[in-house]
Design a protein around this ligand. Structure first.
Ligand code: G1P
Length: 283
């Protein structure tokens, strides 16, 4: 299975950090955000990835490429551990890039990948969502996909006050944690929301989604919304939702970006002192 990672967004919620740096390259402890998403795909057995980029995103390509001069210097200095890590990044997967020339919305960004994806189910992984889980989230979805042979969307319940930040599904339970989607609405108001079950940026999609995107008119924020295309698709195809296991961070916003940095750092032995620092000097 191939994976599509849209990385063309402007990152306005993270300004000024993202004035001149792509949000996908912001560090989470010591790795850029997008590397976590690529590694989630790779750890799920996916090695063919298309990243949808845009203006100013060239550094993403360089990050996953060979850094010859750097490797040479590290080699001369016998910094083997760093060298191995740098090399590993350039060998993670076959990564292809396609540019979204205009910021016309998530649905439009996904559409840019249609020729690379072809006629097979594919994984769609949004770079703003980083999910820490025992089993990679997209792998969990792939397993449900195998069982049901249909498109699957990752969901989690959110607080009612937050429904307007997400795609929200109306659903019928088919087994514990698996739901058949009855309706889907992009960023509804609290009163319009059919539930509090929210779409969390991981999807396994049937390739017919591309023809539904073609038929989708601009929606919320005047953008071509993936959710609206999914709503059209629902009329002809079954789509399931899966309440995955894992903790999701919206690293397209400042608060979750801070939280995930702390969470990951506190798990690492080398940063042991951080816990003490927070306890003794901050709290
Ligand atoms: C996108 C989708 C939305 C989904 C969200 C998950 O919105 O349009 O349906 O719930 O990702 O992060 P965005 O956050 O890009 O505005």
């Amino acid at each position: 299975m191939k994976a599509v990672i849209p990385a063309a967004g402007l990152g306005t919620r993270l300004l000024p950090m993202t004035k001149n740096s792509p949000k996908e390259m912001l560090p989470i402890v010591d790795k850029p955000a997008i590397q976590y998403v690529v590694e989630e795909a790779v750890n799920s057995g996916i090695d063919d990835i298309v990243i949808v980029t845009g203006r100013g995103k060239e550094v993403i390509e360089n990050h996953f490429d060979v850094a010859y001069e750097l490797e040479k210097v590290l080699e001369e200095r016998n910094e083997e551990e760093k060298l191995n890590e740098i090399r590993r990044i350039s060998q993670l997967a076959d990564i292809f890039y396609v540019r979204q020339r205009l910021p016309l919305g998530l649905g439009h960004a996904v559409y840019m990948a249609r020729k690379h994806v072809g006629n097979e189910y594919f994984a769609l992984m949004l770079g703003d969502d980083i999910i820490l889980a025992r089993k990679p989230c997209i792998k969990q979805l792939m397993e449900i996909h195998e069982k049901y042979g249909a498109s699957i969307i990752a969901v989690q319940k959110v607080e009612r006050k937050d429904v307007s930040k997400y795609g929200i599904v109306d659903y019928e339970e088919v087994e514990k944690g698996v739901y058949r989607i009855v309706d889907i609405v992009e960023k509804p108001s609290r009163s319009e929301a059919p539930s509090n079950m929210a779409v969390m940026g991981r999807y396994i999609l049937h390739p017919s989604i591309f023809s539904f995107i073609e038929k989708t008119k601009p929606g919320k924020n005047n953008e071509i919304q993936l959710t609206d295309a999914l709503k059209l698709m629902l009329k002809e195809h079954e789509i399931y939702a899966y309440e995955f296991e894992g903790k999701r961070f919206d690293v397209g916003g400042k608060l979750d970006w801070l939280k995930i940095n702390i969470e990951i750092a506190l798990k690492r032995k080398e940063f042991e002192e951080l816990r003490k620092f927070i306890k003794d000097e901050i709290l």
